[in-house]
Design a protein around this ligand. Sequence first.
Ligand code: LR7
Ligand code: MN
Length: 771
Amino acid sequence: MLKCFRKLRGSGRVLLFVFVASIIWVIVDIAVIRVSLGDVNNKLTKQRAFQKMKWAIENRQNMTKSNPPKTNPPKTNTPETNTPKTIEDAYEEEYMMTDREVSRFRVHRIKNKDNKDNVQDKKNLQENPGDDQPPPVASKVAVDLFIGDDDDPRLKNNLVKKHPKDVAIMKPVKNPPEDVEIIKPVKAPENTHVKGVAEHQAVKEELSMKEEKHIEKIQLQDTNQNTSMNEDKGAGEKVKKSETVQLNKGGVHQVLSLDVTAAPRDPNAVGQSGQPATVPSEEAALAEQMWDEGQFNVYLSEKIPLDRGIPDTRPEICAHSMVHDELPSTSVIFCFVDEVWSTLLRSVHSVLNRSPPHLLKEIILVDDFSQKDYLKDDLDKYMANFPKVQIIRLKERQGLIRARMVGAAAAKGDVLTFLDSHIECNVGWLEPLLERIYLDRMAVPCPVIEVISDQDMSYKLVDNFQRGIFNWPLVFAWNALSNDYVKKNNMTIADPIRCPVMAGGLFSIDKKYFYELGAYDPGLEVWGGENMEISFKIWMCGGKIEIIPCSRVGHIFRKHNPYTFPNDRRKTVERNLARVAEVWMDEYKDLFYGHGQLHLLDQKMMDLGNLTEQIKLRNRLECKSFKWYLDNVYPELDAPLLKAEGLIFNRGFRKCLSVQNQSFSFEPCDLAQPNQHFNYTWMMQIRQQDMCVAPLIAQTTIHLKPCDPTLSVLRWLHKSSKLKQPDQLTVENTSKLVCLEVNQQNKRLRLARCTKDNLFQQWEFTNYYIE
Ligand code: LR7
Ligand code: MN
């Protein structure tokens, strides 16, 4: 080598030097390419951050010279020429709006904020009696990440630490993961088409091999496989060219923790990293005035960056979980009516920023006939910058249920993902949802819904192991799984949690499956009840609903609906629920009505509309009974079909009521006698077979009448908190309190004025199923 070198002179030596240098350069370059995904991303992010910062400073200088910038931040050279494109680069090229453009819109919006709107809204809300209702949705137990107790066990299993002030939210993977979490394969239910279970089993076996080997294999695939997987020329193409995550048929990869706006972030921005924000005292009046527009702290929302960071609240194991390479794509559907500008945009940006572009087919905004000016042209202009976002305008107010169906009809993705329009999707939120559907097309996964405080807009971690349930009369609630349940089912913190019902607003569903289920009942109006309908339908017709702990989305929980209801709010929700009860709950609908909804049975007052199509659908799908649902999905629910039953014993006469030839008598109590057996129903009727004990107030006599659950004249109060003496049987619906009594003279049944401590007015059933 040295001899050769000596033989060469002048330009020859130079040439040799250049040759050796370029070989070294190529080797270094290859090494750079082979650095893990996270490392590459990390470097690129830093480079981009640096470039952007430089650009921002230059522009600030330009602007002071009243020379507005015309260019976008320069792209870094390295990724374009020397290193492969990452998903983030693909994203940035396609959607990224400059910071300046974003802030221009914010300024514009604040300037245009029409105070008249607020006044009008306030008026509408006042005129709407329904808005005095209790909070529209169940609030959630949340942990304050920023002032919480270090020892709070709820924080232990999650990665996030308190005060994540300006931490890089994106967590690149530098080393092979220590815990590879395998999302458990599901067993194919009978008569169910389950996609990919076989492949998944195979993958699972592979994964049980040594982790290093597994990682190597993925990297091997990265370099060896041909990048062009199909001819699709869509937005995903760039992603498929990406060499950092090579997507392969049947392959798996570690869930992508994308957060493309991770840097640069202004650490001093209001609400940055999901921290609580405060209203300066001199702005308090303005903030209060702005509150009504969204029923949350709109003032702060307007100040918070539209693409702020939020803490990655996933359990630590989630960042290492594996998902399939060929997940279905999704259309994200946001329906909104008069949503606050900044929250709507923050919702959209959180999807764009934290979803793998190749899986995000489109974002569909369905405007449910909003009246706010800024949601018209301004929104059109703003969203024109994002090719994946389309806006559908409804010509009249349809309510969120039919609005969602319009969105679904326009969707081109394999999966529909519905989100409320005031949310922030967290890092890695999408793939774990799609994975569940990939494994079982009848699975309907929901993210963990975390809390964005309506007061200070902070992002709060919620308790783990919470599921969606309902209480009577069909009121949605969160319910913590008991430790016993967790232990018995051997559950880890990242396992899907079966939910009897979903909260309603945030879920993914296979599009074809959604239509097989008949979508939503289009007869449901405005808001409410559709979550019960779809939940019952899913479970009873072969599917399942689960919360996926590795997928997390923040939602602003509000105490009131900020929009008006075309009709009374309470009546609208009750009617929706009654439709659901009539179609799906069989004999258990009595429990719905019996828990304070009896007035809904009055058909003169309440028109439930036509239910024929819904009933036909249930028959066509051959769905299981509501009893099956209770036994198998929600056995913890207390759902006795009767309030009480058995013999009716009179405390004074010490005999039991009996029916002989259509009239009443008293006999020694005998459980074996069917004519002494009565049911006390949720309709508050006292029933023997099809006949009911009927008071004839005018004559103070008692008769037997054919039962009709809608007839309020057949109702008796008993063991009711409304009664001074709970053992009385009191005729409902009368102004005076009238009690069922044994006439002490002739030992006959009669109606009499209720008197305290009169044992002949006190009755007892053999069995009670209510408190
Ligand atoms: O007429 C309407 N048209 C609409 O487009 C009324 C509402 N909407 C939009 C609205 O702008 C919002 O984006 O529909 C979305 C949901 O309305 P919200 O935010 O007022 O509902 P919510 O969060 O109070 O209520 C929950 O229950 C509803 C019952 O119909 C829906 O299912 C909501 O989607 C649901 N939200 C969630 O599940 C988020 C978690 C809350 C909980 C528990
Ligand atoms: Mn909501």
